[in-house]
Structures are given as C-alpha cells and as structure tokens.
Design a protein. Structure first.
Length: 153
C-alpha cells in the first residue's frame, strides 16, 4: 500500500471506531435511562427476535414496514401520543429493535419506552417497538415519521 492509501485506510478505521464508540455509549445511556426492569438479549437471541419481526410484519425491500399492507395504522407526532386515545396497556413489555445488527434487542415496559423516547430512538437510525402477542409494531423512522400499526387477529 502506498502512503496515501494507508492514510486513507487509517482515517476510515478511526471514523469506524468513533461511530462504534458513539453507538455503544448511546446504547448504554438508553439502558441506564430505562432502568433496572429491562431485559437485554444476547446477540444470538436478538437475531431470532429480528427474524420473527420480519416474518410477522410486512416489510418493504428497503427495510421499512410496508404500511400499505397494515389496515390498522396511525401516524404519530411523537411516542407520547400513545398515552392518549390508544387502548394500549402501557405496563406491557415491548421489544426495542434498532437497524444496527450489532446492537442487542431490549425488552421494556411501553410506558418506560415512551418516557425515555429520546434516549431510545437516539441509539439507531430506525427503531421498531414490537409486541408480538398484541401484533403491534411502532416504527420510528430516521426521517421523523412515527407509525403505529396492529395486524388483524
């Protein structure tokens, strides 16, 4: 490798390390904000949960929930709107899944997720909050859109 190529490679590695450390610290802050009653899954178990999400809910080829395929859906301004007018049990546990595969899936009470919305969604570009039993998915897209949808039973 010539000198310019080595310098470019070193710069790229530094950026990667900086991004990984930032993601790691945001994940840690999220865990701390949610408190002690959460569950953090292993990476192997997280892969299983993500796979279950993808087969349970319709997704587009580019990785978003295919909202055209979900009849019961609502566009939200923020997660706090879930406290108003939705018949959701806020004490129920939901999985939090981020678009970065190196992050563990966590499980927390919906009310804690709502109360700590900023810490939760800061961890990844896109965030999904899922309860498989209730067949409910919430997608927080990096462009600011927040949808909630429930599959018909």
């Amino acid at each position: 490798m010539d000198k310019n190529a080595r310098q470019f490679r070193i710069k790229q590695l530094k950026l990667k390390i900086k991004k990984e450390n930032q993601t790691s610290s945001l994940f840690t802050e999220c865990i701390e904000a949610l408190g002690e009653e959460i569950r953090v899954y292993s990476l192997d178990e997280s892969v299983r949960i993500v796979a279950l999400m993808v087969v349970t809910f319709p997704f587009t080829n580019w990785g978003r929930v295919d909202w055209k395929e979900i009849e019961n859906k609502t566009l939200l301004k923020n997660l706090k709107e879930l406290n108003e007018g939705f018949k959701l049990d806020l004490k129920r546990e939901y999985y939090v899944i981020w678009d970065e595969m190196n992050l563990s899936v966590i499980e927390a009470k919906l009310e804690d997720i709502i109360d700590n919305e900023d810490d939760v969604v800061a961890v990844g570009f896109d965030t999904w909050i899922v309860n498989f039993e209730m067949k409910t998915i919430i997608e927080v897209h990096h462009e600011g859109e927040i949808h909630i949808g429930t599959l018909n039973f």
